[in-house]
Design a binder for this molecule. Structure first.
Ligand code: KG4
Ligand code: ZN
Length: 367
Protein backbone atom coordinates (compact mmCIF):
# COMPACT_ATOMS: atom_id res chain seq x y z
CA UNK A 1 0.00 0.00 0.00
CA UNK A 2 1.12 3.60 -0.63
CA UNK A 3 -0.10 6.83 0.98
CA UNK A 4 -1.34 9.72 -1.18
CA UNK A 5 -3.51 12.67 -0.22
CA UNK A 6 -4.30 11.08 3.14
CA UNK A 7 -5.81 7.98 1.48
CA UNK A 8 -4.42 4.48 1.51
CA UNK A 9 -4.05 3.44 -2.11
CA UNK A 10 -3.51 -0.06 -3.42
CA UNK A 11 -0.35 -0.28 -5.55
CA UNK A 12 -2.36 -1.64 -8.45
CA UNK A 13 -6.06 -1.34 -9.10
CA UNK A 14 -7.54 -4.75 -9.77
CA UNK A 15 -11.28 -4.03 -9.51
CA UNK A 16 -13.31 -0.81 -9.61
CA UNK A 17 -16.95 0.15 -9.19
CA UNK A 18 -18.18 2.50 -11.92
CA UNK A 19 -21.19 4.84 -12.19
CA UNK A 20 -22.71 6.24 -15.40
CA UNK A 21 -25.56 8.80 -15.23
CA UNK A 22 -24.73 11.22 -18.06
CA UNK A 23 -28.12 11.13 -19.79
CA UNK A 24 -31.23 9.07 -19.01
CA UNK A 25 -29.86 5.58 -18.24
CA UNK A 26 -28.61 4.85 -14.72
CA UNK A 27 -25.86 2.22 -14.78
CA UNK A 28 -23.41 0.70 -12.29
CA UNK A 29 -20.67 -1.79 -13.15
CA UNK A 30 -17.83 -3.66 -11.54
CA UNK A 31 -14.86 -4.08 -13.86
CA UNK A 32 -11.45 -5.73 -13.54
CA UNK A 33 -8.15 -4.30 -14.83
CA UNK A 34 -8.15 -6.60 -17.89
CA UNK A 35 -11.59 -5.39 -19.04
CA UNK A 36 -13.54 -8.31 -17.51
CA UNK A 37 -17.02 -7.16 -16.56
CA UNK A 38 -18.06 -8.69 -13.23
CA UNK A 39 -21.37 -6.82 -13.11
CA UNK A 40 -23.13 -4.29 -15.35
CA UNK A 41 -26.62 -3.37 -14.16
CA UNK A 42 -28.80 -0.56 -15.50
CA UNK A 43 -32.20 1.06 -15.09
CA UNK A 44 -33.80 2.43 -18.24
CA UNK A 45 -35.96 5.55 -18.02
CA UNK A 46 -37.62 5.16 -21.41
CA UNK A 47 -41.08 4.78 -19.82
CA UNK A 48 -40.68 8.02 -17.85
CA UNK A 49 -39.69 10.08 -20.91
CA UNK A 50 -41.96 8.43 -23.49
CA UNK A 51 -44.98 10.71 -22.88
CA UNK A 52 -42.77 13.72 -23.70
CA UNK A 53 -41.25 12.24 -26.87
CA UNK A 54 -37.69 12.90 -25.65
CA UNK A 55 -35.46 13.06 -22.57
CA UNK A 56 -36.65 15.62 -19.99
CA UNK A 57 -33.53 16.63 -18.00
CA UNK A 58 -35.33 17.29 -14.69
CA UNK A 59 -37.03 13.90 -14.81
CA UNK A 60 -33.76 12.19 -15.74
CA UNK A 61 -31.81 13.56 -12.78
CA UNK A 62 -34.64 12.85 -10.33
CA UNK A 63 -34.85 9.23 -11.52
CA UNK A 64 -31.08 8.78 -11.18
CA UNK A 65 -31.43 9.62 -7.48
CA UNK A 66 -34.04 6.83 -7.10
CA UNK A 67 -32.13 4.20 -9.03
CA UNK A 68 -28.46 4.77 -8.27
CA UNK A 69 -27.84 3.41 -4.75
CA UNK A 70 -30.02 0.29 -5.22
CA UNK A 71 -28.03 -0.40 -8.42
CA UNK A 72 -24.73 -0.06 -6.49
CA UNK A 73 -25.98 -2.78 -4.10
CA UNK A 74 -27.17 -4.92 -7.00
CA UNK A 75 -23.84 -4.65 -8.81
CA UNK A 76 -21.95 -5.81 -5.70
CA UNK A 77 -24.41 -8.69 -5.23
CA UNK A 78 -24.13 -9.70 -8.88
CA UNK A 79 -20.33 -9.71 -8.71
CA UNK A 80 -20.51 -11.45 -5.29
CA UNK A 81 -18.04 -8.92 -3.90
CA UNK A 82 -17.92 -6.77 -0.78
CA UNK A 83 -16.54 -3.23 -0.61
CA UNK A 84 -13.22 -4.63 0.66
CA UNK A 85 -12.55 -5.98 -2.86
CA UNK A 86 -13.24 -2.65 -4.60
CA UNK A 87 -9.98 -0.73 -5.16
CA UNK A 88 -11.45 2.49 -6.57
CA UNK A 89 -14.52 4.31 -7.83
CA UNK A 90 -15.02 5.64 -11.36
CA UNK A 91 -17.71 8.04 -12.53
CA UNK A 92 -18.73 9.77 -15.75
CA UNK A 93 -18.08 13.46 -15.07
CA UNK A 94 -18.40 14.81 -18.64
CA UNK A 95 -20.13 15.52 -21.01
CA UNK A 96 -23.90 15.17 -20.57
CA UNK A 97 -26.92 16.68 -18.85
CA UNK A 98 -25.70 18.70 -15.88
CA UNK A 99 -28.29 17.47 -13.38
CA UNK A 100 -27.77 13.85 -14.42
CA UNK A 101 -23.97 14.09 -14.21
CA UNK A 102 -24.25 15.80 -10.85
CA UNK A 103 -26.11 12.87 -9.27
CA UNK A 104 -23.38 10.44 -10.39
CA UNK A 105 -20.45 12.67 -9.45
CA UNK A 106 -21.78 13.56 -5.98
CA UNK A 107 -22.63 9.92 -5.26
CA UNK A 108 -19.17 8.74 -6.40
CA UNK A 109 -17.40 11.36 -4.30
CA UNK A 110 -19.50 10.49 -1.24
CA UNK A 111 -18.85 6.75 -1.65
CA UNK A 112 -15.13 7.46 -2.12
CA UNK A 113 -15.02 9.37 1.18
CA UNK A 114 -17.25 6.95 3.08
CA UNK A 115 -15.40 3.84 1.88
CA UNK A 116 -11.93 5.44 1.85
CA UNK A 117 -11.32 4.69 -1.87
CA UNK A 118 -9.58 6.74 -4.56
CA UNK A 119 -11.85 7.89 -7.38
CA UNK A 120 -11.64 9.33 -10.88
CA UNK A 121 -13.97 11.20 -13.26
CA UNK A 122 -14.05 9.99 -16.87
CA UNK A 123 -15.23 11.53 -20.14
CA UNK A 124 -18.24 9.55 -21.39
CA UNK A 125 -16.90 9.45 -24.97
CA UNK A 126 -13.64 7.88 -23.80
CA UNK A 127 -15.75 5.06 -22.37
CA UNK A 128 -17.56 4.56 -25.69
CA UNK A 129 -14.27 4.49 -27.64
CA UNK A 130 -12.67 1.89 -25.32
CA UNK A 131 -15.78 -0.35 -25.11
CA UNK A 132 -14.38 -2.91 -27.62
CA UNK A 133 -11.81 -3.98 -24.97
CA UNK A 134 -14.46 -5.15 -22.49
CA UNK A 135 -14.97 -8.89 -22.04
CA UNK A 136 -17.39 -11.26 -20.33
CA UNK A 137 -18.63 -14.84 -20.65
CA UNK A 138 -20.00 -14.32 -24.17
CA UNK A 139 -17.89 -11.50 -25.64
CA UNK A 140 -14.18 -10.87 -26.01
CA UNK A 141 -12.38 -8.59 -28.46
CA UNK A 142 -10.52 -10.36 -31.27
CA UNK A 143 -7.13 -11.43 -29.80
CA UNK A 144 -5.17 -9.28 -32.26
CA UNK A 145 -7.31 -6.18 -31.79
CA UNK A 146 -5.25 -3.20 -30.61
CA UNK A 147 -4.49 0.50 -31.18
CA UNK A 148 -4.47 2.41 -33.49
CA UNK A 149 -8.01 2.39 -34.86
CA UNK A 150 -10.75 4.63 -36.22
CA UNK A 151 -13.70 4.90 -33.83
CA UNK A 152 -17.15 6.16 -34.80
CA UNK A 153 -19.17 7.05 -31.69
CA UNK A 154 -22.83 7.34 -32.67
CA UNK A 155 -25.70 7.82 -30.26
CA UNK A 156 -28.61 10.07 -29.37
CA UNK A 157 -26.22 12.80 -28.25
CA UNK A 158 -23.06 12.44 -30.28
CA UNK A 159 -21.74 11.54 -33.72
CA UNK A 160 -17.97 11.82 -33.70
CA UNK A 161 -15.23 10.18 -35.70
CA UNK A 162 -11.96 9.62 -33.83
CA UNK A 163 -8.46 8.41 -34.46
CA UNK A 164 -7.40 6.46 -31.35
CA UNK A 165 -3.67 5.87 -30.88
CA UNK A 166 -3.68 4.74 -27.25
CA UNK A 167 -5.13 5.55 -23.83
CA UNK A 168 -5.68 9.32 -23.77
CA UNK A 169 -4.52 9.75 -27.39
CA UNK A 170 -7.70 10.74 -29.18
CA UNK A 171 -8.02 13.02 -32.20
CA UNK A 172 -11.38 14.19 -33.54
CA UNK A 173 -11.30 13.70 -37.31
CA UNK A 174 -14.89 14.82 -37.86
CA UNK A 175 -18.25 15.23 -36.20
CA UNK A 176 -21.78 16.27 -36.92
CA UNK A 177 -22.35 19.98 -37.40
CA UNK A 178 -25.97 19.72 -36.24
CA UNK A 179 -28.05 16.69 -35.17
CA UNK A 180 -26.54 13.45 -33.89
CA UNK A 181 -27.36 10.27 -35.87
CA UNK A 182 -29.55 8.87 -33.06
CA UNK A 183 -31.34 12.19 -32.79
CA UNK A 184 -32.04 12.02 -36.55
CA UNK A 185 -33.59 8.56 -36.06
CA UNK A 186 -35.60 9.68 -33.02
CA UNK A 187 -36.91 12.87 -34.65
CA UNK A 188 -38.06 10.98 -37.73
CA UNK A 189 -39.74 8.37 -35.52
CA UNK A 190 -41.55 11.14 -33.66
CA UNK A 191 -42.73 12.77 -36.93
CA UNK A 192 -43.95 9.40 -38.19
CA UNK A 193 -45.75 8.69 -34.89
CA UNK A 194 -43.55 5.72 -33.92
CA UNK A 195 -42.89 6.71 -30.29
CA UNK A 196 -39.70 7.23 -28.26
CA UNK A 197 -36.90 6.23 -28.52
CA UNK A 198 -37.58 5.62 -32.17
CA UNK A 199 -34.30 4.33 -33.66
CA UNK A 200 -35.06 0.70 -32.95
CA UNK A 201 -38.64 1.02 -34.36
CA UNK A 202 -37.33 2.57 -37.59
CA UNK A 203 -34.80 -0.28 -37.84
CA UNK A 204 -37.56 -2.93 -37.43
CA UNK A 205 -40.05 -1.36 -39.85
CA UNK A 206 -37.33 -0.66 -42.45
CA UNK A 207 -36.69 -4.40 -42.86
CA UNK A 208 -39.70 -4.78 -45.15
CA UNK A 209 -39.20 -1.49 -47.02
CA UNK A 210 -37.33 -0.41 -50.16
CA UNK A 211 -34.27 1.73 -49.31
CA UNK A 212 -34.42 3.34 -52.77
CA UNK A 213 -38.11 4.30 -52.68
CA UNK A 214 -37.43 7.91 -51.58
CA UNK A 215 -34.35 9.92 -52.58
CA UNK A 216 -33.39 11.55 -49.27
CA UNK A 217 -30.29 13.80 -49.16
CA UNK A 218 -26.83 12.59 -48.07
CA UNK A 219 -25.42 15.88 -46.81
CA UNK A 220 -21.68 16.56 -47.21
CA UNK A 221 -21.04 13.10 -48.68
CA UNK A 222 -19.15 14.60 -51.62
CA UNK A 223 -16.97 16.78 -49.40
CA UNK A 224 -13.49 15.44 -48.89
CA UNK A 225 -13.55 15.65 -45.09
CA UNK A 226 -15.05 13.73 -42.17
CA UNK A 227 -17.87 16.09 -41.20
CA UNK A 228 -21.50 14.99 -41.01
CA UNK A 229 -24.90 16.73 -41.03
CA UNK A 230 -28.39 15.32 -40.52
CA UNK A 231 -30.67 18.35 -40.16
CA UNK A 232 -31.36 18.60 -43.92
CA UNK A 233 -32.40 14.96 -43.99
CA UNK A 234 -34.89 15.56 -41.21
CA UNK A 235 -36.38 18.56 -43.07
CA UNK A 236 -36.62 16.55 -46.30
CA UNK A 237 -38.49 13.76 -44.49
CA UNK A 238 -40.81 16.29 -42.87
CA UNK A 239 -41.69 17.66 -46.32
CA UNK A 240 -42.44 14.22 -47.73
CA UNK A 241 -44.56 13.28 -44.72
CA UNK A 242 -46.54 16.54 -44.96
CA UNK A 243 -47.70 15.68 -48.50
CA UNK A 244 -49.22 12.35 -47.38
CA UNK A 245 -52.57 11.60 -45.73
CA UNK A 246 -52.77 9.05 -42.89
CA UNK A 247 -53.55 6.11 -45.20
CA UNK A 248 -50.66 6.81 -47.53
CA UNK A 249 -48.27 7.30 -44.60
CA UNK A 250 -49.27 3.96 -43.11
CA UNK A 251 -48.93 2.21 -46.48
CA UNK A 252 -45.55 3.76 -47.32
CA UNK A 253 -44.11 3.56 -43.77
CA UNK A 254 -41.69 0.66 -44.46
CA UNK A 255 -40.35 2.43 -47.59
CA UNK A 256 -40.05 5.72 -45.71
CA UNK A 257 -38.17 4.09 -42.82
CA UNK A 258 -35.88 2.09 -45.13
CA UNK A 259 -35.04 5.13 -47.30
CA UNK A 260 -34.46 7.43 -44.33
CA UNK A 261 -32.29 4.83 -42.58
CA UNK A 262 -30.31 4.19 -45.77
CA UNK A 263 -29.45 7.89 -46.05
CA UNK A 264 -28.01 7.88 -42.50
CA UNK A 265 -26.18 4.58 -43.02
CA UNK A 266 -24.67 5.73 -46.35
CA UNK A 267 -23.16 8.79 -44.70
CA UNK A 268 -21.86 6.93 -41.64
CA UNK A 269 -20.23 4.16 -43.68
CA UNK A 270 -18.77 6.69 -46.14
CA UNK A 271 -17.14 8.70 -43.34
CA UNK A 272 -15.79 5.58 -41.61
CA UNK A 273 -14.37 4.25 -44.88
CA UNK A 274 -12.88 7.61 -45.88
CA UNK A 275 -11.22 8.05 -42.48
CA UNK A 276 -9.69 4.60 -42.32
CA UNK A 277 -8.43 4.95 -45.92
CA UNK A 278 -6.89 8.36 -45.50
CA UNK A 279 -5.39 7.57 -42.07
CA UNK A 280 -4.08 4.24 -43.36
CA UNK A 281 -5.69 2.39 -40.43
CA UNK A 282 -6.72 -1.25 -40.71
CA UNK A 283 -8.91 -1.40 -37.59
CA UNK A 284 -12.25 0.30 -37.00
CA UNK A 285 -14.83 0.41 -34.22
CA UNK A 286 -18.52 1.29 -34.22
CA UNK A 287 -19.84 2.27 -30.80
CA UNK A 288 -22.82 4.09 -29.22
CA UNK A 289 -26.52 3.19 -29.32
CA UNK A 290 -26.93 3.66 -33.08
CA UNK A 291 -24.39 0.89 -33.73
CA UNK A 292 -27.23 -1.46 -32.74
CA UNK A 293 -28.79 -0.61 -36.13
CA UNK A 294 -29.02 -3.83 -38.14
CA UNK A 295 -28.63 -2.21 -41.56
CA UNK A 296 -25.58 -0.23 -40.42
CA UNK A 297 -23.98 -3.42 -39.09
CA UNK A 298 -24.51 -5.25 -42.39
CA UNK A 299 -23.25 -2.35 -44.51
CA UNK A 300 -20.23 -1.64 -42.27
CA UNK A 301 -19.29 -5.31 -42.20
CA UNK A 302 -19.42 -5.64 -45.97
CA UNK A 303 -17.32 -2.50 -46.39
CA UNK A 304 -14.76 -3.81 -43.86
CA UNK A 305 -14.54 -7.22 -45.58
CA UNK A 306 -13.97 -5.59 -48.98
CA UNK A 307 -11.45 -3.06 -47.64
CA UNK A 308 -9.51 -5.61 -45.53
CA UNK A 309 -10.31 -3.70 -42.34
CA UNK A 310 -10.83 -5.41 -38.97
CA UNK A 311 -14.18 -4.05 -37.76
CA UNK A 312 -15.16 -4.47 -34.11
CA UNK A 313 -18.71 -3.68 -32.99
CA UNK A 314 -19.09 -4.40 -29.26
CA UNK A 315 -22.30 -6.18 -28.20
CA UNK A 316 -25.29 -3.88 -27.74
CA UNK A 317 -25.00 -3.94 -23.91
CA UNK A 318 -21.60 -2.22 -24.25
CA UNK A 319 -22.63 0.07 -27.16
CA UNK A 320 -25.59 1.75 -25.45
CA UNK A 321 -24.82 3.84 -22.37
CA UNK A 322 -23.33 1.58 -19.68
CA UNK A 323 -21.04 1.87 -16.67
CA UNK A 324 -18.76 -1.00 -17.72
CA UNK A 325 -17.08 1.08 -20.45
CA UNK A 326 -16.59 3.93 -17.93
CA UNK A 327 -15.08 1.52 -15.39
CA UNK A 328 -12.58 0.19 -17.92
CA UNK A 329 -11.38 3.67 -18.95
CA UNK A 330 -11.18 4.58 -15.26
CA UNK A 331 -9.16 1.57 -14.11
CA UNK A 332 -6.63 2.13 -16.91
CA UNK A 333 -6.17 5.73 -15.79
CA UNK A 334 -6.07 4.87 -12.06
CA UNK A 335 -3.34 2.34 -12.83
CA UNK A 336 -1.42 5.13 -14.59
CA UNK A 337 -1.45 7.07 -11.31
CA UNK A 338 -4.27 9.49 -12.17
CA UNK A 339 -6.83 10.53 -9.53
CA UNK A 340 -9.61 13.11 -9.23
CA UNK A 341 -9.95 15.48 -6.31
CA UNK A 342 -13.01 15.91 -4.10
CA UNK A 343 -13.44 19.31 -5.82
CA UNK A 344 -14.35 17.58 -9.11
CA UNK A 345 -17.65 18.79 -10.58
CA UNK A 346 -19.63 17.82 -13.68
CA UNK A 347 -18.53 19.33 -17.02
CA UNK A 348 -21.60 19.14 -19.28
CA UNK A 349 -19.81 20.21 -22.46
CA UNK A 350 -16.22 19.02 -22.06
CA UNK A 351 -14.93 17.65 -25.37
CA UNK A 352 -12.66 14.60 -25.65
CA UNK A 353 -9.28 14.78 -27.34
CA UNK A 354 -7.76 17.31 -29.68
CA UNK A 355 -9.47 18.43 -32.84
CA UNK A 356 -7.83 17.82 -36.22
CA UNK A 357 -7.20 21.13 -37.97
CA UNK A 358 -10.25 22.23 -39.95
CA UNK A 359 -12.75 20.28 -37.85
CA UNK A 360 -15.57 22.63 -36.96
CA UNK A 361 -16.92 22.66 -33.41
CA UNK A 362 -20.56 21.55 -33.24
CA UNK A 363 -23.25 23.95 -32.02
CA UNK A 364 -24.40 23.80 -28.39
CA UNK A 365 -26.46 20.67 -28.01
CA UNK A 366 -27.74 17.99 -25.69
CA UNK A 367 -25.25 15.18 -25.11
O1 KG4 B 1 -25.81 5.40 -26.63
P1 KG4 B 1 -27.26 5.52 -26.35
O2 KG4 B 1 -27.94 4.38 -25.63
O3 KG4 B 1 -27.59 6.80 -25.50
C1 KG4 B 1 -27.12 8.08 -25.80
O4 KG4 B 1 -26.00 8.43 -25.32
O5 KG4 B 1 -27.82 8.78 -26.55
O6 KG4 B 1 -27.98 5.78 -27.77
C2 KG4 B 1 -29.36 5.95 -27.87
C3 KG4 B 1 -29.69 6.25 -29.32
C4 KG4 B 1 -31.14 6.69 -29.51
O7 KG4 B 1 -31.16 7.83 -30.33
C5 KG4 B 1 -31.77 5.47 -30.18
O8 KG4 B 1 -32.86 5.80 -31.00
C6 KG4 B 1 -30.60 4.95 -31.00
O9 KG4 B 1 -29.49 5.09 -30.14
N1 KG4 B 1 -30.78 3.55 -31.37
C7 KG4 B 1 -30.92 3.13 -32.65
C8 KG4 B 1 -31.12 1.73 -32.59
N2 KG4 B 1 -31.10 1.34 -31.28
C9 KG4 B 1 -30.87 2.47 -30.54
N3 KG4 B 1 -30.88 3.80 -33.80
C10 KG4 B 1 -31.05 3.09 -34.93
N4 KG4 B 1 -31.26 1.76 -34.96
C11 KG4 B 1 -31.29 1.04 -33.83
N5 KG4 B 1 -31.49 -0.29 -33.86
ZN1 ZN C 1 -23.40 7.63 -24.91
Amino acid sequence: MTKAGGLSLPDAFRIVLAIETSCDDTSVAIVAHDGRVLANVSASQDEAHRPFGGVVPEIASRNHTYHLLPLVDRALETAKLGWDKIDGIVVTSAPGLIGSLLVGVVTAKTLALAKNKPFIGINHLEGHLLAPFLRDDTYAPPPDFTYPYVGLAISGGHTSLYRIDGLGEYEVLGQTVDDAAGEAFDKFAKMAGLGFPGGVRVDQIARTGDPRAFAFPRAMIHEDNFMLSFSGLKTAAQKVLSTMDDDERARRLPDLCASYQEAIVDVLVDRLARASRSEGLVRAVLTGGVSANSRLRVRAESWAAAAGVQLVVPPIRYCTDNAAMIGYAGILRLNRGERSEQSLGPSPKAPLGRRREGVRAPGIRRL
